[in-house]
Design a protein around this ligand. Sequence first.
Ligand SMILES: Cc1cc2nc3c(=O)[nH]c(=O)nc-3n(C[C@H](O)[C@H](O)[C@H](O)COP(=O)(O)O)c2cc1C
Length: 169
Amino acid sequence: MEALEVILTRRSVRKYTEEQVDDIYIQQLIEAAVSAPSAGNQQPWHFIVIDDRRILDKIPSFHPHAKMLKKAQKAILVCGDTNLERYKGYWMLDCSAATQNILLAARALGLGACWLGVYPREERIIKLRELLGVPRNVIPFSLISLGYPAEEQKKVEREYKARIHYNKW
Ligand SMILES: Cc1cc2nc3c(=O)[nH]c(=O)nc-3n(C[C@H](O)[C@H](O)[C@H](O)COP(=O)(O)O)c2cc1C
Protein backbone atom coordinates (compact mmCIF):
# COMPACT_ATOMS: atom_id res chain seq x y z
CA MET A 1 0.00 0.00 0.00
CA GLU A 2 1.27 3.43 -0.87
CA ALA A 3 2.34 5.62 2.11
CA LEU A 4 -0.31 8.29 1.67
CA GLU A 5 -3.04 5.67 1.35
CA VAL A 6 -1.84 4.10 4.61
CA ILE A 7 -2.08 7.48 6.34
CA LEU A 8 -5.48 8.41 4.90
CA THR A 9 -7.09 5.02 5.59
CA ARG A 10 -5.70 4.33 9.06
CA ARG A 11 -8.56 4.04 11.53
CA SER A 12 -8.77 2.91 15.14
CA VAL A 13 -9.65 -0.78 14.97
CA ARG A 14 -11.31 -2.20 18.08
CA LYS A 15 -12.60 -5.51 16.71
CA TYR A 16 -10.26 -8.37 15.86
CA THR A 17 -10.42 -11.85 14.40
CA GLU A 18 -9.02 -14.89 16.24
CA GLU A 19 -5.98 -15.08 13.94
CA GLN A 20 -2.64 -14.91 15.73
CA VAL A 21 -0.28 -12.01 15.06
CA ASP A 22 3.17 -13.40 14.35
CA ASP A 23 6.15 -12.06 16.32
CA ILE A 24 7.87 -11.04 13.10
CA TYR A 25 5.21 -8.31 12.77
CA ILE A 26 5.93 -7.10 16.28
CA GLN A 27 9.58 -6.65 15.33
CA GLN A 28 8.54 -4.66 12.26
CA LEU A 29 6.15 -2.49 14.28
CA ILE A 30 8.85 -1.67 16.80
CA GLU A 31 11.37 -0.99 14.07
CA ALA A 32 8.83 1.48 12.66
CA ALA A 33 8.43 3.02 16.14
CA VAL A 34 12.15 3.63 16.62
CA SER A 35 12.33 5.20 13.15
CA ALA A 36 10.23 8.10 14.47
CA PRO A 37 11.80 11.51 15.01
CA SER A 38 12.73 12.44 18.58
CA ALA A 39 13.98 15.64 20.21
CA GLY A 40 17.72 15.87 19.62
CA ASN A 41 17.49 12.22 18.58
CA GLN A 42 17.20 11.27 22.26
CA GLN A 43 15.06 8.16 21.54
CA PRO A 44 13.69 7.88 25.10
CA TRP A 45 11.42 4.90 24.41
CA HIS A 46 10.99 1.35 25.66
CA PHE A 47 8.33 -1.12 24.49
CA ILE A 48 6.61 -3.86 26.46
CA VAL A 49 5.02 -6.47 24.21
CA ILE A 50 2.05 -8.06 25.96
CA ASP A 51 0.77 -11.39 24.69
CA ASP A 52 -0.17 -13.03 28.00
CA ARG A 53 -3.96 -13.45 27.92
CA ARG A 54 -4.26 -12.95 31.70
CA ILE A 55 -2.54 -9.57 31.48
CA LEU A 56 -4.56 -8.45 28.44
CA ASP A 57 -7.78 -9.42 30.24
CA LYS A 58 -6.82 -7.55 33.41
CA ILE A 59 -6.16 -4.13 31.86
CA PRO A 60 -9.86 -3.25 31.19
CA SER A 61 -10.50 -3.57 34.96
CA PHE A 62 -8.66 -0.25 35.50
CA HIS A 63 -8.64 1.29 32.00
CA PRO A 64 -12.21 2.37 31.16
CA HIS A 65 -11.72 2.42 27.37
CA ALA A 66 -9.75 -0.78 26.82
CA LYS A 67 -12.44 -3.45 26.46
CA MET A 68 -11.06 -4.45 23.05
CA LEU A 69 -8.00 -5.96 24.76
CA LYS A 70 -10.12 -8.98 25.70
CA LYS A 71 -10.16 -9.90 21.99
CA ALA A 72 -6.82 -8.39 20.94
CA GLN A 73 -4.03 -10.83 20.10
CA LYS A 74 -1.28 -8.65 21.50
CA ALA A 75 -0.60 -5.16 22.76
CA ILE A 76 2.44 -2.91 22.89
CA LEU A 77 2.99 -0.51 25.78
CA VAL A 78 5.11 2.44 24.67
CA CYS A 79 7.04 3.89 27.61
CA GLY A 80 9.30 6.89 28.10
CA ASP A 81 12.54 6.46 30.04
CA THR A 82 13.26 9.69 31.90
CA ASN A 83 16.90 8.61 32.34
CA LEU A 84 17.27 8.80 28.56
CA GLU A 85 15.71 12.26 28.40
CA ARG A 86 18.27 14.89 27.42
CA TYR A 87 15.72 17.53 26.40
CA LYS A 88 13.36 18.03 29.32
CA GLY A 89 9.64 17.90 28.58
CA TYR A 90 9.99 16.26 25.19
CA TRP A 91 9.83 12.53 26.01
CA MET A 92 6.05 12.40 25.59
CA LEU A 93 6.24 14.04 22.20
CA ASP A 94 8.83 11.48 21.10
CA CYS A 95 6.63 8.64 22.39
CA SER A 96 3.65 10.10 20.50
CA ALA A 97 5.59 10.00 17.24
CA ALA A 98 6.67 6.41 17.96
CA THR A 99 3.07 5.44 18.74
CA GLN A 100 1.78 6.95 15.50
CA ASN A 101 4.47 5.10 13.53
CA ILE A 102 3.28 1.81 15.05
CA LEU A 103 -0.32 2.59 14.05
CA LEU A 104 0.70 3.39 10.49
CA ALA A 105 2.97 0.35 10.19
CA ALA A 106 0.13 -1.83 11.50
CA ARG A 107 -2.13 -0.46 8.77
CA ALA A 108 0.55 -1.10 6.13
CA LEU A 109 0.96 -4.71 7.36
CA GLY A 110 -2.79 -5.39 7.24
CA LEU A 111 -3.20 -5.36 11.02
CA GLY A 112 -5.75 -3.46 13.08
CA ALA A 113 -4.60 -1.28 15.96
CA CYS A 114 -5.93 1.26 18.42
CA TRP A 115 -4.11 3.84 20.55
CA LEU A 116 -5.27 3.52 24.17
CA GLY A 117 -4.42 6.58 26.20
CA VAL A 118 -2.30 6.07 29.30
CA TYR A 119 -0.20 9.20 29.98
CA PRO A 120 -1.09 11.62 31.62
CA ARG A 121 -3.74 9.61 33.54
CA GLU A 122 -1.99 8.92 36.85
CA GLU A 123 -4.18 5.96 37.84
CA ARG A 124 -3.52 4.13 34.54
CA ILE A 125 0.21 4.80 34.82
CA ILE A 126 0.31 3.44 38.40
CA LYS A 127 -1.72 0.31 37.58
CA LEU A 128 0.33 -0.53 34.48
CA ARG A 129 3.54 0.08 36.40
CA GLU A 130 2.39 -2.37 39.08
CA LEU A 131 1.05 -4.97 36.64
CA LEU A 132 4.13 -5.04 34.41
CA GLY A 133 6.88 -4.22 36.92
CA VAL A 134 7.88 -1.00 35.18
CA PRO A 135 10.72 0.83 37.01
CA ARG A 136 10.17 4.30 38.54
CA ASN A 137 12.21 6.14 35.90
CA VAL A 138 10.07 4.70 33.10
CA ILE A 139 6.62 6.17 32.39
CA PRO A 140 3.95 4.11 30.59
CA PHE A 141 2.78 6.39 27.77
CA SER A 142 0.41 4.61 25.39
CA LEU A 143 -0.96 1.16 24.88
CA ILE A 144 -1.60 -0.14 21.37
CA SER A 145 -4.02 -3.03 20.92
CA LEU A 146 -3.29 -5.30 17.98
CA GLY A 147 -4.98 -8.00 15.96
CA TYR A 148 -6.23 -8.78 12.49
CA PRO A 149 -9.08 -6.37 11.80
CA ALA A 150 -12.66 -7.58 11.99
CA GLU A 151 -13.90 -4.18 10.83
CA GLU A 152 -13.21 -2.08 7.79
CA GLN A 153 -10.71 0.76 7.73
CA LYS A 154 -11.42 3.51 5.26
CA LYS A 155 -10.76 7.14 4.61
CA VAL A 156 -13.02 9.59 6.45
CA GLU A 157 -13.71 13.11 5.28
CA ARG A 158 -12.56 15.65 7.82
CA GLU A 159 -12.91 19.36 7.45
CA TYR A 160 -9.50 20.96 7.32
CA LYS A 161 -9.76 23.89 4.90
CA ALA A 162 -10.86 26.35 7.61
CA ARG A 163 -7.86 25.27 9.74
CA ILE A 164 -5.25 26.30 7.19
CA HIS A 165 -3.75 29.76 7.56
CA TYR A 166 -1.33 31.26 5.09
CA ASN A 167 1.43 33.51 6.38
CA LYS A 168 -0.76 34.90 9.21
CA TRP A 169 -3.84 33.77 11.20
C1 LIG B 1 -4.05 10.23 23.01
C2 LIG B 1 -5.11 9.28 22.51
C3 LIG B 1 -5.78 8.48 23.41
C4 LIG B 1 -6.75 7.57 22.97
N1 LIG B 1 -7.33 6.72 23.88
C5 LIG B 1 -8.22 5.80 23.46
C6 LIG B 1 -8.74 4.85 24.36
O1 LIG B 1 -8.37 4.83 25.55
N2 LIG B 1 -9.62 3.92 23.90
C7 LIG B 1 -10.03 3.92 22.58
O2 LIG B 1 -10.84 3.06 22.24
N3 LIG B 1 -9.53 4.82 21.69
C8 LIG B 1 -8.64 5.74 22.09
N4 LIG B 1 -8.07 6.62 21.19
C9 LIG B 1 -8.47 6.56 19.77
C10 LIG B 1 -9.40 7.72 19.39
O3 LIG B 1 -10.66 7.52 19.97
C11 LIG B 1 -9.49 7.79 17.85
O4 LIG B 1 -8.20 8.05 17.32
C12 LIG B 1 -10.45 8.88 17.38
O5 LIG B 1 -11.77 8.58 17.74
C13 LIG B 1 -10.40 9.08 15.86
O6 LIG B 1 -10.68 7.87 15.18
P1 LIG B 1 -9.66 7.20 14.15
O7 LIG B 1 -8.42 6.82 14.93
O8 LIG B 1 -10.38 6.01 13.61
O9 LIG B 1 -9.33 8.20 13.10
C14 LIG B 1 -7.09 7.51 21.59
C15 LIG B 1 -6.40 8.32 20.68
C16 LIG B 1 -5.41 9.17 21.12
C17 LIG B 1 -4.63 10.00 20.11
